[in-house]
Design a protein around this ligand. Structure first.
Ligand SMILES: [Zn+2]
Length: 348
């Protein structure tokens, strides 16, 4: 027995010395202490001995097994350390190398402009509403004082889905009609409804068949044009700088009376005249007016008791002015060279 133990130990020393990888350890474990390993065999043969011998030999085999197991596990630890050290040596980091640039997405610049508007209006107590882009003729035109056959429809020709009744909305105003109807003429309204709109325009640098409007509506008691002017002043200063001046020019819309164009002083030349403002010193950025009594009454509000103002900004126009973009198609053609120009993560 002593001979056997001795020879097993000698074999093990040789095997351990020549083991260089983890698979060698697996093989060694199988050879000595595995299910059909030589030490396991010794244990299986115990039945051949007398009870006295069994006790003594059992002790020897157990000690041997413990010793062998420890030797193998020490070698396994050493090998693991060697592998780790070799890996660390290979993967050493050169901190002087430039870091890998991580590409990061950002919202579309239009989204940013809309969010800026939302923030200012919400600070003045306005709610933000959403509405369907596929709309009924009734909400898109009729309730806004543009009956069938009215020439004002020509300027807002859109895409029709079904007959003349279902269409892609040509303005976001139908959301205002929906909100007024839902309040049944009982509560004041203070809302904006930014969103996509559609018109059958040929695309060029300043026209797009799809664009975004930021329309708003305020209905309450004793509202005047000066309330609109004050509101516009706040918006213009917040979005285009504290020194921005504003002015109204008379205009015409079917759903407001009186109607105005809202201009801001040119932020590029500070009013002196430049190509951006076509040498006028002023830039038109929105249309607005006092809500037409017909619109109020069709949407459930008694024009004798209620009045208010409505306005509409073009998101693309504001973005083009603010970020000096000269082609509206830039917003929709997904050209990365153009969209990457605007780093929108810095809050600007
Ligand atoms: Zn100018």
């Amino acid at each position: 027995m002593d001979e056997k133990v001795k020879s097993i130990k000698e074999d093990l020393q040789k095997d351990i010395a020549s083991a260089t990888k983890l698979q060698d350890i697996v093989d060694i474990k199988a050879k000595y202490i595995g299910k059909s390993g030589c030490i396991t065999d010794l244990m299986k043969n115990m039945k051949d001995y007398s009870p006295e011998e069994r006790k003594e030999i059992g002790q020897i085999v157990n000690n041997l097994k413990n010793e062998v197991t420890e030797i193998i596990s020490n070698k396994e630890k050493d090998l693991n350390n060697e592998i780790l050290n070799a890996k660390l040596a290979n993967e050493s980091i050169d901190i002087t190398l430039p870091a890998t640039e991580i590409k990061c997405g950002a919202p579309n610049i239009l989204e940013k402009v809309v969010e800026d508007f939302e923030e200012v209006f919400m600070s003045m107590g306005y709610d933000v509403y959403d509405g369907p882009e596929v709309e009924e003729d009734k909400y898109n035109f009729e309730l806004l004082n543009i009956p069938k056959g009215h020439p004002a429809r020509d300027a807002q020709d859109t895409f029709y889905i079904k007959d003349d009744e279902i269409l892609l909305r040509s303005q976001t105003s139908p959301v205002q009609a929906r909100v007024m109807l839902s309040l049944e003429g009982k509560e004041p309204v203070r809302m904006i409804c930014p969103g996509k709109t559609y018109r059958r325009d040929d695309d060029d640098a300043t026209h797009s068949h799809q664009f975004m409007q930021i329309e708003g509506l305020l209905v309450d008691h004793n509202i005047s044009l000066s309330d609109l002017k004050g509101t516009f002043d706040v918006i213009a200063r917040k979005l285009f700088g504290e020194e921005t001046q504003t002015r109204f020019r008379p205009s015409y819309y079917q759903f407001t009376e009186p109607s105005v164009e809202m201009d801001i002083s040119c932020f590029s030349c500070k009013g002196k005249g430049c190509s951006l403002c076509k040498n006028t010193g002023w830039i038109t950025i929105a249309g607005a007016g006092m809500v037409h009594p017909n619109v109020l009454s069709m949407c459930g509000y008694d024009p004798e008791k209620w009045n208010g103002f409505a306005f509409g900004f073009g998101a693309e126009r504001c973005a083009m002015l603010k970020y000096n973009i000269n082609d509206i198609r830039c917003f929709y053609n997904t050209d990365l060279r153009e969209t990457e120009t605007f780093d929108r993560r810095d809050g600007e």
